[in-house]
Write a protein that binds this ligand. Structure first.
Ligand SMILES: *Cc1c(COP(=O)(O)O)cnc(C)c1O
Length: 362
């Protein structure tokens, strides 16, 4: 099979060097003669990998001393509950920008209801199928926290700046972490699943402002208490060893590429290339509001009058080894995910395909 261009929304494509080093470690972890799948997570060699991974997170995102990063299982979806468990005391606001934001809010609402606390949507873009980021709303200063989803993976919208927030700010950055520099000091918590942009499935990252914990009065079950994992540096129980290993390799690759600043430049170039073609090509139209377009997930549909060509275009791309561009069922059309490991050549292959299809239909 020729070169396959993968635009899957997640788990994401990873760089070839990450696959190669992971295969090597499955055979022999750091010359120990034991597979990384079978080492004890209490061996010194593993400590080094954990330390290196934490240090790379700190270096790449310029994480200040006030914050620490932990790695846990359970997916970003379990973090929705962690957030409420660790931060909801009386009242929390959510920015409802899509399915993931709604799921995050659901956990806080549910937990709040049983304890006399409330969680609600401060603003929503549901009125236009989440095709834009709400603006111009007021954030009350007395909230326990305000929760945002910086990149809306399904709808292709993105919050590309770090908000000034009068209350603690919490962000799900599952699908745009390490695609732009972030001012971590503005957040009490940043979390996400690794499998969109920094690794394989099976591990989440949580960047926690250390003095933001301990504000709630409820009992927090041991495993759901961020303090447990901060105290033990993500080694309270068996961590997802292999997923962390692969994430560490991915971070090493990001560093070798020039860090998050370089990724940001490259990711913008890739996104500009594809959005440029969508805007130029009369057969296609983008679905997200232009000012809120995500540089990670590019959503588009057939232009009005050409809807009947959708299946044909899908088959046309498939024949050219382009895979993973089917849009989420709630939006339809197409979605190309341009995560860090996707190259400009991959994007060019899709753009060429769109041009060819246009010629064919002239
Ligand atoms: C994929 C995704 C999630 C869910 O992640 P899981 O690890 O599958 O639970 C949450 N938030 C966003 C923004 C996502 O893209």
């Amino acid at each position: 099979m020729g070169k396959v261009h993968v635009f899957n929304a997640g788990p994401c494509l990873l760089p070839q060097v990450v696959y190669d080093n992971s295969i090597e470690a499955i055979k022999d972890f750091k010359g120990t003669g034991v597979s990384v799948l079978s080492i004890s997570h209490r061996t010194p060699g593993w400590d080094e990998t954990m330390d290196e991974c934490r240090a790379l997170w700190r270096e790449l995102l310029h994480i200040p001393d006030t914050h620490e990063v932990v790695f846990l299982g359970g997916g970003a979806s379990l973090q929705f509950l962690y957030v409420a468990m660790n931060y909801l005391e009386k009242k929390a606001g959510y920015l409802e920008t899509g399915v993931w934001a709604k799921k995050a809010l659901k956990e806080a609402k549910g937990l709040g209801e049983s304890q006399g606390a409330v969680a609600y949507a401060l603003a929503s873009s549901a009125d236009r199928n989440y095709s834009y980021i709400p603006k111009g709303y007021e954030i009350p200063a007395d909230l326990d926290y305000f929760h945002i989803t910086t990149n809306n993976t399904i709808y292709g919208t993105e919050i590309k700046e770090d908000y000034d927030c009068p209350c603690p700010l919490i962000a799900d950055m599952s699908s745009d972490i390490m695609s732009r520099p972030v001012d971590v000091s503005k957040y009490d918590l940043i979390y996400g699943g690794a499998q969109k942009n920094v690794g394989p499935a099976g591990v989440i990252f949580a960047i926690i402002k250390k003095d933001s914990l301990g504000r709630v009065s409820r009992y927090i079950p041991t495993m759901l208490d961020y303090r447990t994992h901060l105290d033990k540096l993500s080694m309270f129980n068996t961590p997802p060893v292999f997923s962390i290993f692969v994430m560490n390799e991915t971070l090493k690759w990001i560093k070798s590429m020039g860090g998050v600043e370089a990724m940001h430049r490259i990711d913008n170039e890739k996104a500009d290339l594809l959005y440029g073609e969508i805007d130029r090509n009369p057969l296609f139209v983008g679905t997200a509001a232009k000012e809120d377009r995500s540089i990670m997930n590019v959503c588009f549909v057939m232009a009005p009058g050409f809807e009947n060509l959708q299946d044909e275009f899908m088959a046309f791309t498939k024949a050219r080894n382009i895979i993973g561009i089917k849009g989420h069922r709630s939006v339809g059309g197409f979605r190309a995910s341009l995560y860090n490991a996707c190259t400009k050549e991959d994007v060019q292959a899709l753009v060429d395909c769109m041009k060819e299809f246009e010629e064919l239909k002239k």
